[in-house]
Design a protein around this ligand. Structure first.
Ligand SMILES: *Cc1c(COP(=O)(O)O)cnc(C)c1O
Length: 493
């Protein structure tokens, strides 16, 4: 198995190189070219702990780390960070199984990968003899920033700077970020929206590529978003873990296929399910769930990817996205590694804002994927119905997935057991969840949290409950044109 770029055969990397670089030199994404050599038989995982499964999976996807080295790395990454030792529990709600990915330190599924990535970066640095500090730059619409801060704080040899849109994240999300502890962290608001933050960060990377100023300051810039293979690999493990749990509880027999419904933004989480399938997990349909930004629903149904459409701000903000970067990796896999095709489609997306996938690829995709979308109204209605009938409280992202599951069952049910991936605690979005189940609107995030707790009795995660008593450490706020200067000053400090 080689790790190569999705856009040309010339760029091959070792796993540590891929983790440190994030993106390939030709702008492509690193991907394993052959999964037949890295299979993991689900029968082997039945007696394994969550940490064992994770180290087996990550070790296969990122070769070059020793087996015991990887096990120790994963074990320390998750130690005392998650609510339970099985990290990502499966619970039954009505006729579905819910895979709870939000039991980590920031109550969002990104914790699963961002707990591991900093340690992979540190280990990769050591293997490659890199001595500079790695400075992680992250633009966030809410969830990624906090999960990255929590993952990187006080990790030796790394620093992290997070930019969030001033007034553009929920009260709880803002409190989570500005109270972050750690000596190597900085959080800064920008006067602009998420796109401005993202564009600003991209410009910083481009400026450094041109002028090399980071190196002069003795650091290297890197990013923590899901284009990094080191962020994708830990996500594959929970598909295996969920499958083992279903076998062990007798919900399925070993070898039965299982459907997974995935609330999707950047296509990272669902792509991890495709990786699991290629490694030998009996995955039935992967069902891609989108909100009103349904560019992926259209693509999976028609093969036409078209981002030239209105952007909608929804109550599931982590899925408000029109360019799903990880889809590029799927195009590579589904076309049998046709790098020329991928390069051509990505150029077309960049230049025209759209592309059409060839028929053979669309056929292959239809055998494995389904796609459905839900509006905010459908999402709110789903939260209410599932609460009333199952006494299970969904966050808005998970509710979009639940709605997709229901649409799938009406339209194309294959009779298999189905797992819904739950990606956030409902308390991160207390205002909208409260309004969905009761019609009551409370604007203040913490007051809404109390009211939601009083109404449902569902426990508030400790990390969120503790926030209101913590002091803000970070009050920086800059103009959107001033990010570069801010970072250059910060790396010299
Ligand atoms: C990031 C995120 C998603 C989308 O995951 P992708 O890997 O980007 O598809 C869904 N739900 C929540 C709560 C998230 O934070």
């Amino acid at each position: 198995m080689k790790i190569c770029s999705t856009r040309s055969e010339n760029h091959i990397a070792t796993a540590p190189e891929a983790v440190l670089a994030g993106i390939a030199p030709d702008g492509g994404l690193y991907v394993p070219d052959d999964f037949s050599e890295i299979r993991l038989n689900p029968a082997e995982t039945l007696t394994m702990s969550a940490v064992d499964i994770s180290s087996a999976v990550v070790g296969r996807l990122l070769p070059g780390f020793g087996e015991s080295e990887m096990h120790a790395l994963i074990e320390s990454a998750y130690k005392n960070k998650f609510e339970t030792d099985d990290l990502t529990p499966v619970v039954q709600a009505g006729s579905a199984y819910v895979l709870e990915l939000f039991r980590g330190p920031t109550s969002a599924f990104k914790d699963v990968a961002l707990s591991v990535l900093p340690r992979l970066i540190t280990a990769s640095k050591e293997k490659l003899g890199v001595t500079e500090d790695i400075v992680i730059l992250t633009a966030t619409s809410g969830d990624t920033g906090k999960a990255a801060l929590e993952g990187f704080h006080d990790v030796p040899g790394t620093r992290i700077i997070v930019f969030y849109p001033d007034g553009g994240v929920s009260d709880v999300q803002r409190a989570q970020m500005v109270t972050q502890k750690g000596k190597n962290v900085r959080v800064c608001a920008i006067k602009g929206n998420f796109d401005d933050a993202q564009t600003g960060v991209k410009r910083i990377f481009a400026s450094d590529r041109r002028e090399g100023w980071a190196k002069e300051s003795g650091v290297r810039l890197s990013s923590a978003n899901s284009i990094n293979l080191g962020r994708l690999a830990p996500q594959v493990a929970y598909y295996y873990k969920a499958y083992a749990d279903l076998v062990l509880t007798g919900a399925i027999a070993l070898g039965d296929e299982v459907n997974f419904v995935v609330p999707t933004g950047n296509f990272g989480d669902i792509l991890a399910g495709e990786f699991a399938r290629r490694m030998g997990l009996p995955v039935g349909k992967l069902i891609c769930a989108s909100n009103a930004n349904n560019v992926l629903t259209d693509f999976i149904r028609t093969g036409c990817y078209d981002r030239r459409r209105a952007f909608h701000k929804t109550i599931s903000p982590s899925m408000d996205i029109l360019v799903s970067s990880n889809l590029e990796r799927y195009l590579y896999l589904a076309s049998g590694g046709d790098t020329k095709l991928v390069a051509r489609l990505m150029t077309s997306l960049n230049d025209e804002g759209a592309y059409q996938a060839p028929e053979s690829l669309v056929d292959a995709m239809h055998r494995r994927f389904g796609a459905y979308c839900a509006s905010d109204a459908m999402c709110a209605h789903t939260i209410r119905r599932v609460w009333e009938s199952e006494r299970y409280l969904l966050d808005p992202h998970t509710a979009v997935a639940w709605s997709a599951m229901e649409q799938f069952r009406k339209e194309a049910d294959n009779g298999l057991a189905t797992v819904v991936l739950a990606t956030a605690s409902p308390y991160k979005f207390s205002r909208d969840v409260l309004e969905s189940i009761s019609g009551k609107v409370i604007e203040n995030g913490f007051e809404a949290m109390d009211a939601l707790n009083a109404m449902t009795g569902v426990p508030v995660p400790k990390n969120l409950a503790a926030l209101r008593d913590q002091k803000a450490r970070f009050t920086d706020c800059v103009e959107k044109g001033a990010l570069l200067e801010y970072v250059q000053k910060a790396v010299k400090a």
